[in-house]
Design a protein around this ligand. Structure first.
Ligand SMILES: *[C@@H]1O[C@H](CO)[C@@H](O)[C@H](O)[C@H]1NC(C)=O
Ligand SMILES: *[C@@H]1O[C@H](CO)[C@@H](O)[C@H](O)[C@H]1NC(C)=O
Ligand SMILES: *[C@@H]1O[C@H](CO)[C@@H](O)[C@H](O)[C@H]1NC(C)=O
Length: 434
């Protein structure tokens, strides 16, 4: 008995010594072999699918007949083929639904709907008519990255957290960085910038959640609530739990080795989009946490309806003016930082600390998405879902801001200026004094 206890504690001692040694070895592994591992993996992926004809070249009727596909391709490719098949299937199903779900469309314009329907709507910027060459796309990326470097190096431009080191960023501020270790990808998600679909792609690539034991192959099959559940993603802010005191070092190694990307959009247009999706349609959470205080503080409702349903049936909603007032109110950030839907991108993604390899813009989403998936070497494996929402576009800006006093617009610009400057969006002079 005594002997057994001795050996047990001995084992614990050994474990205590071995654990850090193991972690150090792991870090060396990442430092030295990580890259090889990464390229090996993606190379295999592309070799495995390379002999398949591109989906677009296949006759869709033939695709739907499983027999002809199986004849065409060896069974070892089944999983990937299945993925392509499903993708095509979803596309054609959507065509079939055409004109059907307009009620649902109005209720949740963020949800996936019908592409052919969207094309008919005025004010949509699908951006698919401008096909750029690879050189042009490379140049655009080069310019976007250069702009960030210049701004970060320019000491005349200041904003909070600009000059700190990566090590000094608190863990909870790293909760928007999603890691895919299988392909060596890090995505910083920005709400209101196609993040649902990019999160879907990250789930699909990393295999972080499964459907009845097997990975998802089609982004749109992953339900929204699962996509936005934080347990579905492995973020930097979770490293501490898994890797303890080595987590910051591991993060830095991964930041060095992995391909890092984010998507941004015009900051003011993003605010309109956030307002529409969180206050223009019923949302109990946003109603109780944000709309009620806005109604009390800025709209003279001392006792607003307790539920979003009652408020909507009484026609009581915060206005865009109330929302802007809320953003400009110094009391708003006293307790907690801005909600992620309107928090500035520079505070979510730390562009001066993280050297992003790819900066996508919502204004050129389709183009940027297909180029990025090629750069990540996964374009044969996954396609970006077509963007199908009633997207907020910049041509609406003057309308939306018409009731906002110009002095407030100036203040709002100051609040979001770092995002305008870092991501190279022009100052909206048409809305401001100068
Ligand atoms: C799209 O949004 C605008 C502004 O909110 C609205 O006027 C328009 O009716 C919407 N279109 C559809 C089809 O929902
Ligand atoms: C998120 O997922 C976890 C695990 O699947 C579940 O327990 C939890 O209830 C989910 N949270 C929300 C808000 O849906
Ligand atoms: C709110 O009520 C106060 C006093 O009752 C009034 O002075 C103010 O103009 C009202 N504000 C709005 C936005 O109606």
């Amino acid at each position: 008995m005594h002997l057994l206890k001795m050996s047990k504690s001995r084992i614990f001692q050994i474990c205590g010594i071995m654990a850090p040694v193991f972690m150090i070895l792991l870090i060396f592994y990442w430092d030295d072999v990580g890259t090889t591992h990464f390229y090996l993996h993606t190379a295999i992926t592309s070799i495995r699918v390379s002999h398949l004809p591109p989906v677009a070249d296949l006759n869709r009727d033939q695709l739907h007949s499983k027999k002809s596909v199986e004849e065409r391709t060896p069974s070892s490719e089944a999983d990937i083929i299945q993925g392509n098949l499903d993708l095509t299937y979803v596309e054609s199903t959507m065509g079939y639904q055409k004109g059907g779900g307009s009620h649902e469309f109005e209720q949740t314009f963020n949800a996936i709907s019908v592409p052919s329907f969207e094309e008919k709507l005025p004010g949509f910027d699908l951006g698919i008519d401008s096909i750029k060459t690879k050189t042009e796309l490379e140049w655009i990326q080069h310019e976007r990255k250069r702009k960030i470097k210049d701004v970060c190096a320019d000491s005349s431009i200041t904003f909070s957290g600009k000059n700190r080191n990566f090590e000094d960023i608190p863990n909870k501020e790293l909760d928007h960085l999603i890691v895919d270790d299988r392909h060596g990808i890090i995505y910083c998600y920005v709400p209101k910038v196609a993040c649902t679909n990019w999160k879907r792609i990250m789930i699909l690539l990393s295999g972080s959640i499964l459907k009845q034991g097997s990975p998802y192959h089609v982004p749109l099959e992953i339900p929204r609530d699962l996509v936005h559940n934080s347990t579905s993603h492995f973020t930097f802010s979770k490293f501490w739990k898994r890797y303890g005191k080595f987590s910051k070092h591991l993060m830095k190694v991964k930041l060095k080795k992995y391909t890092k990307f984010l998507f941004v959009r015009d900051p003011f247009v993003r605010l309109i989009s956030a307002f529409r999706s969180k206050f223009g349609i019923k949302n109990e959470d946003f109603y109780s946490h944000f709309a009620i205080p806005m109604l009390q503080l800025y709209a003279n409702y001392s006792d607003p309806p307790p539920s979003v349903n009652e408020a909507f049936s009484a026609g009581i909603k915060p206005t865009f003016v109330n929302f802007i007032q809320y953003l400009l109110d110094p009391r708003t950030e006293k307790d907690r930082p801005f909600n992620e839907h309107w928090r500035q991108v520079y505070r979510l993604c730390h562009p001066c600390q993280i050297n992003y390899d790819f900066i996508g813009k919502l204004e050129s989403l389709d183009e940027d998405a297909s180029y990025l998936l090629k750069l990540l070497n996964v374009e044969k494996f996954v396609q970006f879902p077509p963007s199908l929402r009633n997207r907020t576009v910049s041509s609406w800006e003057e309308d939306w801001f018409s009731k906002i006093p110009v002095a407030w617009r100036e203040k709002l610009y100051e609040l979001y200026q770092p995002d305008f400057v870092v991501f190279d969006y022009p100052k909206p002079t048409n809305l401001l004094f100068d």
